[in-house]
Design a protein around this ligand. Structure first.
Ligand SMILES: [Zn+2]
Length: 430
């Protein structure tokens, strides 16, 4: 590829504003970091999964995260696994962040102590905004909200809310999702009808709080195939769960049968279809170590795309390693879109190849080019650095092939990073 073509496109891309389709960041208000020190922050996720994959034990990872132990003792545990992981997308994103944000030549034995000091000394609240606004030029990020408040700083965020409590309730710290719902939205839940009413009430509240989308992450815990269950069967399933609760088994609430889960997923989508809502959905690789990858195959969602044409489906993470399937689905369905969030660091080369394929197979208004998907803000910078270059390199190759001009390449980059997510998520006035 001619270096000059690449450089012209990159200069333009570096100036572009970004709409970031997916983050797990702290809200930035009185809470702008995850860890007390650099290891606590940077090992919150992603890299830690590569370290475990490379052979670090779970016990040693827990020690490496423990701020009460001396930093170098923790570094000794991590170092052999970091050195073999640092060239993955996760590793590179952090080395890049450290270089550009703190001015250190990567993360290594020589730099870790000074880097830690620099991390501890900064004003975290100011740093948070500085990275997102000044360094990244992110206009707005779509923040993933599980059950917390969706009232966030509109200068930084919009929210995607998880309605999963209604599909697959859980127990956390001795309290069930259903107790949470009863307290906040439902009164006493005795039947499936009560349960659906509570969902309607919470959805209203969330819509009034200005959520931009719904989010489903169920591929972490079950297959994405949701069969149709009739109302009578679902009502019976719910009654049997409720009767166990009446016998004092609150823990049984998280035991929604597959049929009941399927019914509630279709119910959520029916409502979303009526209200023309947007659904972000996790497909492909699950973060962490040890899961069932086949659960996340986007072809399992095919029936939902057919049944709910007014729902906009935003397929996360290019469905990697099912990016070819995601591409076919987005090509086939006007209501299915591809979201490259997380993808540029899962594998930078897979992201480039996938984008080259998407641009050959899909109208380019079907693709959102970036979502940081980070828990901590420095990672967003490293990820966006790689994403801008992945997009640039892919477009420059197409220019070399004679598919389009440099000017068109720049226009497409602008759509991927800004215009497409702005339109798909219907964000007027940004
Ligand atoms: Zn995520």
């Amino acid at each position: 590829m001619a270096k000059e073509t690449y450089n012209i496109i990159l200069r333009a891309i570096e100036e572009m504003p970004v709409i970031d389709t997916h983050e797990h960041l702290p809200t930035g208000v009185e809470e702008s970091r995850r860890g007390e020190d650099i290891l606590g922050e940077y090992l919150t996720h992603y890299l830690s999964s590569d370290l475990i994959s490379a052979g670090l034990s779970a016990d040693d990872l827990a020690k490496a995260l423990d701020p009460s132990l001396p930093l170098m003792e923790r570094w000794d545990l991590v170092e052999p696994f970091w050195e073999v992981s640092r060239y993955t997308g996760y590793g590179r994103a952090l080395d890049i962040a450290v270089r550009d944000i703190y001015g250190f030549d990567g993360i290594c034995r020589k730099t870790i102590e000074e880097l830690d000091q620099a991390f501890r000394e900064k004003d975290h609240d100011q740093h948070f905004r500085y990275v997102l606004k000044e360094l990244c030029n992110i206009k707005v990020s779509l923040l993933d909200i599980d059950t917390g408040s969706c009232r966030v700083d509109p200068d930084l965020f919009r929210c995607a809310w998880h309605p999963e409590d209604y599909i697959m309730p859980t127990m956390e710290e001795g309290s069930s999702s259903i107790q949470r719902v009863e307290k906040a939205y439902g009164g006493e839940i005795r039947s499936l009808d009560d349960w659906m009413d509570a969902f309607a009430r919470e959805l209203d509240v969330r819509l009034n709080q200005g959520i931009a989308a719904l989010k489903i992450g169920l591929a972490y815990v079950r297959p994405l195939r949701f069969e149709k269950t009739d109302y009578a069967t679902a009502k019976e399933c719910f009654a049997s769960v409720a009767s166990r609760r009446n016998q004092g088994e609150e823990g049984q609430w998280n035991l929604f049968s597959r049929e009941l889960q399927d019914f509630m997923m279709h119910h959520v989508l029916k409502v979303a279809n009526k209200k023309h809502l947007i659904l972000q959905i996790h497909t492909g690789l699950q973060e962490g170590n040890g899961n069932t990858i086949a659960n996340s195959d986007p072809s399992l969602l095919n029936n939902l795309f057919l049944d709910y044409p007014n729902v906009t489906f935003d397929l996360f993470h290019i469905s990697y390693p099912y990016q070819g399937v995601a591409c076919v689905l987005a090509k086939n369905f006007p209501n299915v879109f591809i979201d490259m969030c997380w993808a540029h660091i899962i594998s930078p080369s897979a992201a480039r190849q996938a984008l080259a394929d998407f641009l050959d197979a899909l109208p380019y208004n079907k693709i959102s080019g970036f979502g940081g998907d980070y828990l901590f803000v420095d990672g967003v910078y490293g990820h966006l650095y790689l994403a801008r270059r992945n997009i640039c390199e892919t477009l420059a190759l197409k220019v070399e092939e004679g598919v389009f001009s440099v000017d068109t390449a720049i226009k497409i980059a602008y759509h991927l990073l800004y215009e497409n997510p702005r339109r798909i998520f219907r964000w007027e006035g940004i």
